[in-house]
Each structure stands twice: as structure tokens, then as C-alpha cells.
Design a protein. Sequence first.
Lengths: 302, 251
Amino acid sequence: MQIYLPIAEISVNIYLLLGIGGLVGVLSGMFGVGGGFLITPLLFFVGIPPAVAVATSANQIVASSVSALMAHIKRKGVDWWMGTVLLIGGLIGSAIGVQVFNLLKELGQVDLLVNLCYVVFLGVVGGLMMVESLRALRRSKNAQPAKRKRHNWVHNLPFKVKFRVSGLYISVIPPLLVGMSVGVLAAIMGVGGGFIMVPAMIYVLGMPTKVVIGTSLFQIIFVAAFTTMMHAITNQTVDIVLALLLLIGGVIGAQFGTRIGMKLKAEQLRILLAGLVLLVCLKLAFDLLIEPSELFSIGDAL
Amino acid sequence: MIRLVAFLFMLLPSLALAQEKLVLGLSQDEVSITATFTGSELLIFGAISRETPPPQNSDLGVIIAVAGPNVPVTIRRKERVAGIWVNTESANIDIAPSFYAVATSGPLSEVLRPLEDLHHAITWDRVVRSAGQDAFSTTEFSEAFARIKESSDLFQMLEGAVALEDDTLFHTAITLPSNLTEGPYRTRIFLTRGGQVIDTLDTNIPVFKVGMERWLYNLSREQSALYGLLALLIAIIAGWTASAAFNAMRR
């Protein structure tokens, strides 16, 4: 069954869009990532114009994140204070990021830089997580208790605040910086930034995995909502019909994802997410290195 | 100036042969894009009216060209730089129809002389143009443009697709794909004898969105902020509803 999308100006199979939404929703609930890094390339593949795909996936991320967040609130898996601090950093960061993005646009080559950003960050984040989780998994098999609270430079800064839910007593500066850098990247790469945020919360801030996902979702909702509004107002590329179909699949998927996530061990969850991130990274790197079948591409007139 | 002179010269033979005229019919005089739009088939038919018996010495031909609204584009070419494929050169194409189909009653070389093609700008390579300085260096880019368009059925060359019966009745069907750009679709019909154009007809077929599609499109352009808020509201309600529904189901 086909449906014509008013903003994308193309007719697409309804079930295909529901399926894409569902798949990304499952991942969103499982890992606390918005799934923007996955849904945008999938939409390109279906034939949605890139500008519409980027803007509409931001809108869909809001829906699946709200759905997943509700499930995490029930389990008290959200550190509201930490989320708020990260969000403040995130909004400052995304304001900076939009400026950087426009600067790159003027220099041309924005596509390439976005792609390189993806490859580098997905590669580094995925690689580090994979190595660390495999090590953790081996440790737990040897039945040695893992040290949860590590003391590094993060714990020696001023303005210390108690984050009860996370069980942390640290300075607000590191979360602000983490939020900011994720905000900058999110604006440049057109994603919620969960795949960078989640590892940063675990490894830099030392938050427990179960709290990380809910808190990340809380922050992503606001960043994605901000991005949606920016795209709707400046580029008019948000397609409500496309978003609706994706989010019907997405919100249902997110509920299943959250339940799957609760059943898995933290280490297993991290290995799966690392594997997924590395897979997308490899695909993007491959596209940059292999000679494309069509060397020419059509873009909007300059 | 040269063009104008050439045009006047061209008019002379066509006036001399003007006893054969085109009469046109269309299956639909507009195409409306609804939510279930998956493309459309445009049926173009007509007749050739004569006051005198047809000349026997040359062959009759009918050529139909349908052009969508012009959307200027930039074509970029990738090259390998330091191991990765990067956009390097680019060219602007200023006259770039979003859709272009040409249907003929026989092989193009027989129904249309190259000079006539040049004057009337019938085939795509006579239509697609760059303005300004790079006009002469963009052949490769305009060819790439046509190739990409052809692969998504937005450019069509349909030789022999016009059925011509008894040298008086003709008809053809042109398939419009679903990813159409809104606007007037200029439809030109050429009647040729021995490759010489002897009569032309020019009409516009409007293509536009209707109903819900129209409303949402207009809202997104005219009330962008409201449209954005509506999109967010739908997202939040959908997310919350799904969560509530799942909780209710578990109990």
C-alpha cells in the first residue's frame, strides 16, 4: 500500500515506513539512543530526499524517546538533576553547533565533513565500548567484583553536587562539558547524540548503566524537539505524514526494546550497542572509500 | 538576432505546408496529487485535419514533448582525493526541467531533422541548458543530469510510442511517476513531414496537490512555527499513548 508524502513529494510503501520506525524504536528502547544515526541512512535508502530525512527523523526521535522515557520513569531509571545539567550544556552546545554547521556550509563540503564526523565518532565510541565491555564480561566470568566507582580527574573539580539517583558526588563542570560537546556534534551531524552521550555518561561521568539510558532519553527529547523546530522554521523539511508513520512503528518498537533491555545484562547490552555502532561506522567508511557507481549527484541550485 | 532570422526562415516552409493541422484531446486536463497518488498515466490523442489531400512524397510524423516545471540544480562530480571520494567540480544547470518526456511516431532520425530539433528545442539535449560562463564546459554535467533523471523515469525518450493510424489519428500514453514536482506541465505536439515541422500545438497540464496533502504543504510554508509545534505535539502524544497503552495491556 502506497502513500504520497506531502513534503518529501514522493510515494512510499506504508509498511516499509512502519517497519523502519519499529526497528529503530526497538533500538531506542534497548539502548537509550535516539536512533537518528540509523534512521536517516535508512530513509535515504528508501528514496526520501536527504533534507527531509534528517528533519523528519528528529521529529520521530521525539516520539520514540517519549515512549521509552515513560517506561524508564516507571523503573526510576531517570536522574532528573543530571539530565537537566546535561540538557543545559546540550542547548548551549547545539547553538554553537548550528553556527559551526553554517560555517562549513559556506566552505562547501559539508556532506563530506558530516560523513567523516560519523566515521570517526562512531568508530572511536564503538571501538572503545566494545573493548571495555568485552573486558568487563571476562572479569565477571572470573567472578571478580568490578569496581564501579573509579576516581579520576573528574572527581577533583569544584562545584560538587550530589546526584542521588546516579549515586555520584561530582562537580557540575564535567556533565556540562559532556552535554555541550554532544550538543555541538548533534547539531552538525543532525542526530540526537545518544550514541555519544551514553558512553560518555558511563565512562567519563561513571554513572550506572541502568540510570544512563533513561537520563539520556530525557536529554535527547529536548535536543530533538529543538532540532525539529529549527528545521520546520528555517528549511520547512519536516514531513508530518512521514513522521507519523515512522513514530507509530517507533513507539511500539520502543516499548518492546525497553523490555528486552531490562532482561539483558549491562555488559551484553553494551557489546550489542558497540557492535551496532561499529557496523554503521564500517558502512559509512566503505561508502567513502569505494568508487561510487554514479560519480555525479544532483543537488539544489547554489 | 540570428535565432530570430532562423525562426523566420523556418516559418516560411511551415506556412507553405499549413494545410495539415493538429487537433488535440487529453485524457485529463489536470493531474491531482492525493494521499494515495502513485503516479498517473497521461493519455494524449488527436487528429490531423486536412483541407486538401495529403502529399504523397514525404512521411508524416508526430512528436509529443511533455516538460515539467523548471527547477535549477547543481550537479557535483566526485573524485578520489587522498583515498576517499569527495565532491570536487560542480556545474549549475539553469534550465533543468523536473520532468521531460518525448514520444515519437517513429525513429527520431526519420521524424525530426536535427536543425528542426535545434529550432524547436524538442529533445532533452536541446532543452537542458546552463547559462553564463560555464555554458560550454557543462556537456558532461548535463549528460549526467539526464542519466540520473532517466534512471528514476523522470526523463523518458519513447521512440515509436505514438501510434499513428491512417496518417490522421494519433495517440500515446505517458507515464508520470509519483515523485512529481507541482506546477504546469507544458505539452507540445509537433506534426512533421519529412522531418520538417509543419504544425505545432502548445498546452499546459497543471499538476497539483489536493486535500490533506495541499493543506499540510501550505501550512508548512505559511505557518512554519505552528507546523513544527503540530509535529512535536503529535510526536509527544503518540509516544505517551503507546507507553500508556502498553502499561494497560500488561495489567
